[in-house]
Design a protein around this ligand. Structure first.
Ligand SMILES: *Cc1c(COP(=O)(O)O)cnc(C)c1O
Length: 142
């Protein structure tokens, strides 16, 4: 149901794959345990989400993925996944790299499909390869 809600290309007799995870400090842990360099786009006063242009500037030939947040922890604002996708498509085209996007939709993944069905942030975008959703405890489930 969730894969279809997020427009994954899942055939009638196919199943989507997912796994359970917890913890918003997972990126730091992942980077430390797997010896991956974490590059972060700093927010600035009056602009509290990731600037897609700055994120794409940080991408190099070793980049595993760029992560965007749908529903900022600071203020709930959605990062511009579509713009990130378009800028990164252009960079991939210029460089021959194949850098994908992960979307952390922990708080926005159950809001966006219903309030903003036209907003392209999910598997409709070609570079979005994975999405983590949706914190049950934020929706009174556990
Ligand atoms: C809440 C949240 C998380 C962590 O999810 P949990 O279900 O609490 O582990 C990760 N990312 C964002 C953007 C969140 O809002």
């Amino acid at each position: 149901m969730i894969a279809r809600l997020f427009h994954a290309e899942v055939g009638e007799n196919e199943n989507a794959i997912g796994a359970g995870t917890v913890g918003s400090v997972c990126w730091e842990k992942f980077a430390r345990y797997f010896e991956v360099e974490l590059r972060e786009v700093e927010v600035r006063e009056g602009y509290y989400v990731m600037d897609p242009a700055k994120a794409v500037e940080l991408v190099d030939e070793n980049t595993i993925c760029v992560a965007a947040i749908l529903g900022s922890t600071y203020n709930g604002e959605f990062e511009d996944v579509k713009l990130l996708n378009d800028l990164l498509l252009e960079k991939n085209k210029q460089t021959g790299w194949d850098t994908p996007i992960h979307v952390d939709a922990a708080s926005g993944g159950f809001i966006a499909p219903f309030l903003y069905p036209e907003l392209e942030w999910d598997f409709r975008l070609p570079l979005v390869k994975s999405i983590n959703i949706v914190s049950g405890h934020k929706y009174v489930m556990n």
